[in-house]
Design a protein. Structure first.
Length: 202
C-alpha cells in the first residue's frame, strides 16, 4: 500500500510538470474546448498504455529496438507539431471566431495525442526504469508490475484531464481576444513539438 501511495505522489508530480502530452492537451482545449481536450487525453493515454504494455511484458530487447525506431520517427511528429503551432500563431483572430458549436476533428485530435505519446522514446525508457522501483519484495513481481502500471496510467489520465478542464475554463475568456487565444494555442503546440524534440536528449 505504501508503494502505491508513493507511486501516486510521484505520478502527480510528473503531471504537475507539463510535458509534450500536457502541452498538446492544453492547446487543443484552448482551441476547441475541454471536451475536445479530453479526446486528446484519450489519445495520449492510449499511447502511454501501449508503452506500458511493453514495460509490463519485460521485453528488454524490444524496448531498446522500439526506442531506437521511435527516435527516428518522432522527428516527423516534431515537424508537424511545430507547423501546427506556427499556423495557429499566425492565424488572424477573425478566422477562429465561432458562432454556435465548434466542429473539431475528433479523429485527428485522438491521433495527435496517440502519436505524441507513442513517439516519445524518453517516456518509454523512463517508465521502464521508474515503475519497477515500486515493486515490493516477495509476491508475484509480474502481477505487481501490472497493477503499478495500471495505477500509474489512471493517475496520469486523471491529471491530464484536469489540465484539459483548466484550459477549457480559460477558453471563454480568450474568445474575446482571438489573437491571444491563437498565440496561446500556437505557443503550446510549439512547446509540445520542442518537448518532443528534446525528449531524446539525456
Amino acid at each position: 500500500m505504501e508503494s502505491i501511495l508513493a507511486l501516486i505522489l510521484v505520478t502527480l508530480g510528473l503531471v504537475a510538470i507539463p510535458g509534450p502530452n500536457v502541452a498538446l492537451t492544453v492547446a487543443n482545449s484552448l482551441r476547441y474546448g475541454a471536451m475536445y481536450g479530453l479526446v486528446t487525453v484519450l489519445g495520449t493515454t492510449a499511447g502511454v498504455g501501449l508503452q506500458l504494455v511493453l514495460v509490463v511484458l519485460g521485453i528488454g530487447a524490444l524496448l531498446e529496438l522500439a526506442a531506437d525506431i521511435l527516435t527516428w520517427i518522432k522527428w516527423a511528429g516534431v515537424a508537424y507539431l511545430l507547423w501546427l503551432g506556427i499556423r495557429s500563431w499566425l492565424t488572424p483572430a477573425a478566422d477562429l471566431a465561432h458562432i454556435g458549436p465548434v466542429r473539431a476533428p475528433i479523429g485527428k485530435l485522438f491521433l495527435h495525442g496517440l502519436g505524441i505519446a507513442v513517439l516519445n522514446p524518453k517516456t518509454l525508457i523512463f517508465n521502464a526504469a521508474l515503475l519497477p522501483q515500486f515493486i515490493t519484495p516477495g509476491g508475484n513481481h509480474d502481477s505487481q508490475l501490472a497493477l503499478i502500471a495500471a495505477v500509474f496510467l489512471i493517475v496520469l489520465t486523471l491529471g491530464d484531464s484536469l489540465w484539459a478542464f483548466f484550459a477549457g475554463a480559460l477558453r471563454p475568456l480568450l474568445l474575446r481576444y482571438g489573437r491571444w487565444r491563437n498565440r496561446l494555442t500556437g505557443g503550446f503546440l510549439i512547446a509540445a513539438g520542442i518537448g518532443l524534440a528534446l525528449s531524446g536528449r539525456k
